[in-house]
Design a protein around this ligand. Structure first.
Ligand code: PLP
Length: 369
């Protein structure tokens, strides 16, 4: 749906939200569900909020087909706090965290784990500029690994795992911040999935953690041994349904609105189909440009949610971004650590928006190529 006051937003995150979800939040802002109170003011122990909390969990469970032996938790601190919490709850002197490094977010996750306990690098894509994703079956785990950590989608370089390593009895943990709900996944293959909401799920301020109950149980002895703060323990979030302290109620409410919208669109399968078409359009414009636009990743590893590319010179990158903005196409700058351009095509970015982007890319190339 388009709106005359709004632009096409390709930001990496916080990112575009569905117009319908924003309009519902706007309509309910002064008086949520007959309470006479805004969701910004509503107590987290009220019956009205309990329904909102449960609704967001139910929709996540339904959309991602989360099995019943998994908990769904709402935390704060972003995906970055998960980089630290995960090793705090699972590393011991005998058990290392294994990391597949496919981008700078995976590297940051490893750096946090190194502060806590033993770690091991299971794959390092840095020497190659993080241009590819290794074949899943080349990642080996050790029986002494506490877990294998992967970043399902590399938001900054624009690459994505298409199949995940089979880790046998070693728990598989994935940071899915930038592609959760963009495709169907088999949750039962993962011990834990976490995602900051501000890319594909909702606004900044809440992090979703989907975790196998038996994996939570494993953390208790280690957290006790470390004397971890309640706020850093998965078992406490699970035991208290993420209500030990005040959760980010407004962010969770908006996540629920986004999930309702996604369900009405046909769920994750429909989002994956549409996502494929959107990505094909933009990669098609890159590949048909005779090298004017250069994609960062090898084609097999390309992300469907973050399309990264460069023009022939940094000056042209700059001119492209400025002209795009004048045409109502915003947020196309690459991450500050790598520069260049990036089109983030999260669920709320429409096919129409991608068509407008591709039209603009073609006309910019004709004038400047
Ligand atoms: C954005 C992002 C992060 C960082 O998220 P914060 O919520 O800012 O901590 C971590 N991992 C991935 C894959 C991301 O895209």
């Amino acid at each position: 749906m388009n709106h005359p006051d709004r632009v096409d937003n390709f930001n990496g995150g916080p990112a575009a939200l569905p117009l319908e979800a924003l309009q519902k939040a706007q309509a309910e802002l002064l008086n949520f569900n007959g309470t006479g109170i805004s969701m910004l003011e509503l107590g987290h122990r009220t019956k009205a909020y309990a329904a909102v909390h449960q609704n967001a969990k139910d929709l996540l469970r339904q959309l991602l087909k989360v099995p019943n032996d998994y908990d769904i938790l709402f935390l704060q601190g972003g995906a970055s706090l998960q980089f630290a919490m995960l090793p705090m709850n699972y590393l011991t002197p005998e058990r290392s965290g294994a990391y597949a490094l496919t981008g700078s977010w995976s590297k940051k996750a490893l750096d946090e784990a190194k502060r806590v306990g033993p770690t091991r690098v299971a794959f390092d894509g840095k020497p190659d500029g993080y241009r590819q994703i290794p074949p899943a079956d080349t990642i080996a785990v050790n029986p002494s690994d506490a877990y294998l950590h992967v970043t399902s989608n590399n938001t900054i370089v624009g690459s994505q795992w298409k199949a995940f390593p089979d880790t046998g009895s070693v728990p598989l943990v994935a940071d899915m911040s930038s592609d959760i709900l963009s495709r169907a996944i088999d949750v039962s293959k993962f011990a834990m999935i976490y995602a900051g909401a501000q890319k594909n799920l909702g606004p900044a301020g809440v992090t979703v953690v989907i975790v196998k109950k038996s994996f939570v149980e494993q953390s208790t002895a280690i957290a006790d041994e470390r004397n971890l703060s309640v706020m850093l323990r998965y078992d406490q979030y699970a035991a208290n349904d993420s209500l030990y302290n005040t959760p980010p109620v407004f962010a969770i409410y908006v996540v629920g609105l986004v999930l309702e919208w996604l369900a009405a669109q046909g769920g994750v399968e429909a989002a994956a189909d549409l996502g494929r078409r959107k990505a094909d359009l933009v990669y098609g414009a890159i590949d048909a440009s005779s090298g004017f636009y250069q994609g960062h990743c090898v084609p097999e590893g390309r992300s469907t949610t973050n399309v990264t590319f460069r023009l022939p010179t940094p000056e042209l990158d700059k001119a492209f971004l400025a002209a795009a903005e004048e045409n109502g196409l915003v947020g196309l700058g690459g991450h500050r650590s790598v520069g260049g351009c990036r089109a983030s095509l999260y669920n709320a970015v429409s096919l129409d928006a991608c068509e407008r982007l591709v039209e603009f890319m073609d006309s910019f190339r004709r004038v400047n190529g």
